[in-house]
Design a protein around this ligand. Structure first.
Ligand code: 4AD
Ligand code: MG
Length: 470
């Protein structure tokens, strides 16, 4: 056995004639008197390979073991298929059962499993249509992200996951410490306890409080101040207790950062980026997207193509608030100038009012992070959020405050620990440059690309409040 065999994807693209072998997991089996049909999938593509087993090819008791989930190897001949939607099928001559899956207990049975149930079997769900397709789209989109930046000369920077600075200044961070002893006298989780070895952060592993990063931005900014065009793409962590279909405690973020670039250039990059990744996935994940279009989100392909072809609307936060206040809608969260926009507002703007992605700029400084470039009006900052239909906020970014005194004053004003930001301030002290960047939530992009309704279903092993199984 060697990985350099023909996958099911390769076999389905082969001409009929000649011997072949196929490995995979059984999706379904259908028997008649003369023949059995097995749908075999190995995850290499959406389509199954149809295996035709003429009666007598294998013993009856072995045939019975070809139940959903069983792992098998077939040998046979690729023949032209009379069935619709496939050019070839495998006429089997031999079968090797690699791993049985007892139908009495195998959890991923044929049809009708809810997303909630599938989340409980996250270790097996990828064998089904939906999660196989999500995973292939996710993989292709990640590839498209790198190819977008690499083809434009951006360097990929590996920013740290453990950090001592709070990038967003919002405090929703997971602590990283070795000061906690986990004691579990019995193996019973309910009886286990934590014991604190010291209350002095100086005794901790890093000699000070450390956290899982909420964003690679601060670090990547320092690399933009030397390599000019850079990006990060990695996991980030937020300890917010938000149980919504759009929030994870662990999610992946793509954060480009560009020296010599203002907010206009930042918006241009964001728009180009979203369009190119969508376009790449449209070109390369056809059968997976067709499935989402048929089963998950009927308007999916139309909207994705529409996004690629249309310009994103751009407007100020103030104008958006005006529209929201005059909308006549009955908001759950009231809107006024200065309030943070909620998902219902973002979605109304992009879905109902504009009907395509919208970029909002110039937000009130009090609802945005400390590092954003202040506008001369003293009230707003050069922030930009990209809102898209079905999702709301897909991207958050800004031009950065590059003036040392202004940035220091803002950090003081917000009561943030200035000493901890010493190195970030140095970037303004020595050779400061106008620069901008943004963060795109990768899972939100995958929701957008697939039409999946819950962010937990577009990452292999979701982490949310109360959930860290698998
Ligand atoms: O708007 P955010 O918080 O921006 C930043 O973190 C900046 N440091 C980015 C930058 O300028 N370099 O997050 C960026 C994006 C959001 O627009 C959203 O798509 C996603 O990250 N995001 C989440 N996705 C899933 N679960 C969460 N809890 C998320 N929080 C933010
Ligand atoms: Mg944001």
């Amino acid at each position: 056995m060697d990985y350099r065999r023909r996958s099911i994807r390769d076999l389905l693209g082969s001409e009929p004639g000649g011997g072949a072998e196929a490995y995979g997991w059984v999706k379904t089996r259908r028997d008649s008197k003369e023949v059995s049909f097995v749908q075999l999938n190995d995850g290499s593509c959406f389509q199954d390979l149809q295996i035709v087993l003429e009666a007598g090819t294998v013993a009856d008791d072995l045939l019975k073991k070809l139940s959903t989930g069983a792992c098998v190897r077939f040998e046979g001949i690729l023949v032209e298929s009379p069935a619709a939607g496939q050019t070839v099928e495998l006429k089997a001559t031999a079968l090797e059962l690699l791993g049985e899956a007892d139908p009495a207990t195998y959890p991923l049975q044929k049809k009708g499993a809810t997303m909630e149930f599938l989340r409980e079997i996250a270790h097996l769900k990828v064998r089904g249509n939906t999660f196989g397709a999500v995973t292939r789209v996710r993989n292709r989109a990640a590839w498209a992200v790198h190819s977008f930046f690499q083809s434009r000369g951006f360097s990929w920077i590996h920013t740290p996951i453990i950090t001592a600075s709070d990038c967003e200044g919002a405090g929703a961070m997971f602590a990283v410490t070795t000061l906690l002893d986990h004691e579990s006298p019995t193996q019973d989780e309910a009886e286990s306890t934590f014991r604190l070895k010291s209350t002095d952060p100086g005794d901790d592993f890093f000699g000070k409080p450390a956290y899982l990063t909420v964003s690679g931005q601060l670090n990547v900014e320092s690399y933009a101040m030397g390599l000019t065009n850079v990006y990060t793409f990695g996991p980030t962590f937020r300890a917010e207790n938000s149980n919504t279909p759009r929030h994870l405690a662990e999610f992946w973020m793509i954060e480009p950062e560009m020296a010599f670039c203002d907010i206009e250039g930042d918006m241009n990059l964001a728009e180009e980026f979203v369009k190119e990744v969508i376009s790449d996935v449209l070109d390369n994940c056809g059968p997976d997207l067709d499935f989402f279009n048929q089963r998950i989100e009927p308007e999916l392909l139309t909207t994705l193509r529409h996004v690629v072809d249309s310009g994103f609307e751009r407007m100020t936060y103030s104008h958006a608030v005006d529209l929201l206040m005059k909308s006549g809608e009955n908001w759950e969260f009231p809107v006024s100038w200065g309030s943070d926009l909620q998902s219902e507002h973002e979605r109304w703007l992009t879905e109902k009012k504009i009907g395509k992605p919208v970029i909002l700029i110039d937000y009130p400084k009090d609802i945005k992070a400390f590092y954003m470039k202040q506008n001369p009006d003293g009230k707003t900052v050069r922030a930009m959020d990209v809102l898209v239909p079905r999702i709301g906020e897909l991207i958050g970014g800004s031009q950065r405050e590059d003036d040392l005194a202004t940035l220091e004053a803002r950090i003081d004003e917000l009561g943030l620990p200035k000493a901890a930001y010493w190195w970030y301030l140095d970037l303004r002290r020595y050779g400061s440059a106008p620069h901008s960047g943004f963060g795109l939530g990768f899972e939100r992009l995958i929701m957008y690309l697939t039409g999946m309704k819950n962010i937990r279903d577009v990452i292999p092993f979701p982490r949310t409040p109360g959930q860290a199984e698998f």
